[in-house]
Design a protein around this ligand. Sequence first.
Ligand SMILES: [Zn+2]
Length: 101
Amino acid sequence: MVNMGRTKVVGSAGRFGARYGATLRRRVALIERRMRDKSVRCPYCRTMGSLKRLSFGIWTCRKCHTVFTGGAYVPITILGKTFSRKEERELTRRRSQLAKG
Ligand SMILES: [Zn+2]
């Protein structure tokens, strides 16, 4: 296996050095690959590769400017589909504020 003398099997998570443990770093590398995945579509306007992470778990679409919550590092999670009613309302409110601004 070629490891370029520096990074090991963990790929992009190699920057963490020996910290956090191999399992965790491997998981980070996997997540970071998904983050760059251009085939992820905006859940609102369906544009591919338009999602941008604003903050932890907060994503925006460069096309329709929708702001929504998702995974901390990936736009859409299975958990993200189980918003409570209250959270949904809060999101809608924030979205309309953003549209006005
Ligand atoms: Zn969109």
